[in-house]
Design a binder for this molecule. Structure first.
Ligand SMILES: [Ca+2]
Ligand SMILES: [Ca+2]
Length: 151
């Protein structure tokens, strides 16, 4: 009885807190410019392909330098095959370094994958990657272009 009444009192407070947090995140995301990321796939040694991501998360140089210097910063990227119902998870998440520039947080990395791994479909394959950067005061997410081909 006591537990039940306590739960009923606490629940609305938790909901209000959740709404406040979500509201804050959404407005913060709107206020910040996005993340630009591009993907390229080139031949490597026989049977393998270089899958390269590069791009940047927009922010000022001073903020970017602060983020890079912060020990709580972590970034990772993953490679997917696009599908109508559920995308195929092909590789990752792999850690990726970020560095500060006048454009923001720059990143680039190359994975050497078996080309057969990129053959995610009957017929044409659609490959893309995502990046996530987490730091002490926020996070940045991005998705690359789709690369179509017969791998
Ligand atoms: Ca597909
Ligand atoms: Ca295919």
């Amino acid at each position: 009885m006591t537990i039940r009444s306590k739960t009923l009192t606490i629940l609305p407070i938790l909901l209000a807190a959740a709404v406040a947090i979500l509201g804050f995140s959404a407005s913060q995301a709107d206020a910040r410019p996005g993340t630009t990321a591009s993907l390229s796939i080139t031949p490597a040694k026989f049977g393998y392909s270089n899958v390269r991501i590069s791009g940047y998360a927009s922010m000022g140089l001073a903020e970017a330098q602060e983020v890079v210097a912060n020990k709580f910063t972590a970034a990772q990227w993953s490679i997917f095959g696009q599908d109508p119902i559920r995308d195929d998870y092909l590789d990752g998440p792999n850690l990726i370094d970020v560095r500060a520039s006048s454009r923001g947080l720059e990143f680039n990395d190359t994975r050497v994958l078996k080309t057969s791994k990129l053959n995610e479909d009957w017929g044409e394959d659609e490959i893309f990657a995502t990046i996530a950067i987490y730091y002490e005061r926020g996070q940045k997410f991005g998705s690359t272009n789709r690369i179509r081909g017969n791998f």
